[in-house]
Write a protein that binds this ligand. Structure first.
Ligand SMILES: [Zn+2]
Ligand SMILES: [Zn+2]
Length: 403
């Protein structure tokens, strides 16, 4: 599958880069337009309309309204061959933007604070380029514009709606603009890249009373505090130290007055891990810890535990293809960074469970331009030079895979 690809020294390779670089002003324009009109999960109507309008303008066949606001564009080379899917997410976050840029969000309290505006622009640029270079690849490229990555997740309903069928997708690739890596670098690795995401919400039910008469009560705060601490021992004592995992209690609410023992305490948290063998394990252990501590104090509990996304696991062969392509796109060999795992989650994982593929990171931080805030921060912005690099990665992957 992996063959020699055109290096930049070759005429074809240099021409490809030259043509993609020429797209840069449009990529920036599209990204900024999307940035000004961010939309929350499953309400990406303006975004979908913009994408559809562009695809129509370029004569690219596409289907709209998949899993509410999703779109799938199909670019057929007209020649037999493999089918490669490219996935881009397009939703924003409930964050008030603090950047004072000309293209700042016009939607109050909503911001593209993860970079999905850039992902959409890169996918559009890729569609435009491929539609005009059908002679340079075989088979078919499907471009999937997915809603609701930030939750509850648009990948699963899109798969259920059949986006990987008719024609059947052989492999899938996708990228995330990544401010944890500097501009000019690419994070590519085989195997686990991002973590499984599980969520729990727990209410400890004690018995309230007078702050001076604890013997008449069951203090929900004392019980819940012990639970917060004990949950940490799941990673420290039950998980193989070679594996990575996290249990975080991110929310804790209890009590109303200094002299009143609270009858209930509420907490919520998240669990992360890479290794699929832990599927179901944390659900069981978290409940055991909560139940045991509650029992020893005469409290009871109410627990909701659910799995949001499985881990993002890259296929070895496709990751190798992407890595080779990345080698040809970056300026130096050190530009391809395999040490890029994160405990963040992504619903790209559902696509990667369905077909082999590779998700990778596109370095976008540029501290010299103050473009290095973390994702989901109200001041995040990225170096838009990365947009062209993203298109080049996708196009070269298509030319390698679909040949
Ligand atoms: Zn995000
Ligand atoms: Zn994201």
């Amino acid at each position: 599958m992996v063959s020699t690809f055109p290096t930049l020294n070759s005429t074809a390779g240099a021409q490809l880069r030259f043509e993609i670089r020429a797209l840069q002003p449009q990529l920036v324009e599209w990204r900024r337009r999307l940035h000004q009109r961010p939309e929350l999960s499953f309400t990406e109507h303006l975004t979908a309309e913009f994408i559809s309008q562009k695809l129509q303008e370029w004569g690219i066949k596409h289907q709209i309204g998949i899993a509410k606001t999703g779109i799938v564009a199909t670019i057929d080379s007209g020649k037999p061959g493999l089918v490669l899917a490219i996935r881009a997410d397009m939703d924003a976050l409930p964050i008030q933007e603090e950047n004072q840029v000309s293209y700042r969000s016009k939607h109050d309290g909503i911001m593209h604070a993860c970079g999905h505006d850039g992902h959409t622009a890169i996918a559009l640029g890729t569609a435009y380029y491929l539609a005009n270079h059908r002679q340079d690849f075989n088979g078919i490229v499907k471009i999937i514009f997915q809603p609701a990555e930030e939750g509850p997740g648009g990948a699963k309903p899109m798969i259920e709606a059949g986006v990987l069928k008719n024609p059947d997708v052989d492999a899938i690739i996708g990228l995330h603009l990544w401010n944890n890596l500097p501009l000019g670098t690419l994070g590519v690795r085989s195997g686990p890249l991002m973590a499984a995401v599980e969520i729990f919400e727990c209410t400890i039910l004690g018995k309230g009373g007078h702050g001076a008469m604890p013997h008449q009560t069951v203090d929900s705060i004392v019980v819940a505090a012990q639970i917060v601490n004990a949950l940490q021992t799941i990673v420290a004592r039950n998980v193989d130290p070679i594996d990575s995992a996290v249990v975080t209690v991110g929310e804790f609410h209890a009590g109303k007055a200094h002299n009143v023992i609270a009858d209930t305490a509420k907490m919520s948290g998240t669990v992360r891990y890479f290794n699929p063998v832990y599927q179901g394990f944390f659900r069981k252990r978290v409940e055991q810890v909560i139940a045991g501590i509650c029992q020893s104090h005469g409290a009871s509990y109410d627990l909701n535990y659910y799995s949001l996304y499985p881990p993002v696991i890259n296929d070895a062969k496709i990751a190798e293809l992407v890595r080779k392509v990345a080698d040809s796109v970056v300026e130096t060999p050190a530009g391809v960074v395999p040490e890029c795992q994160t405990m963040g989650g992504e619903d790209m994982s559902f696509f990667l469970q369905a077909v082999p593929g590779c998700y990778f990171f596109l370095g976008s931080a540029n501290p010299a331009k103050n473009l290095a805030y973390p994702h989901h921060h109200p001041r995040i912005d990225f170096d838009e030079t990365a947009l062209g690099m993203g298109v080049e990665m996708f196009v070269r992957c298509v030319e390698q895979f679909c040949n």
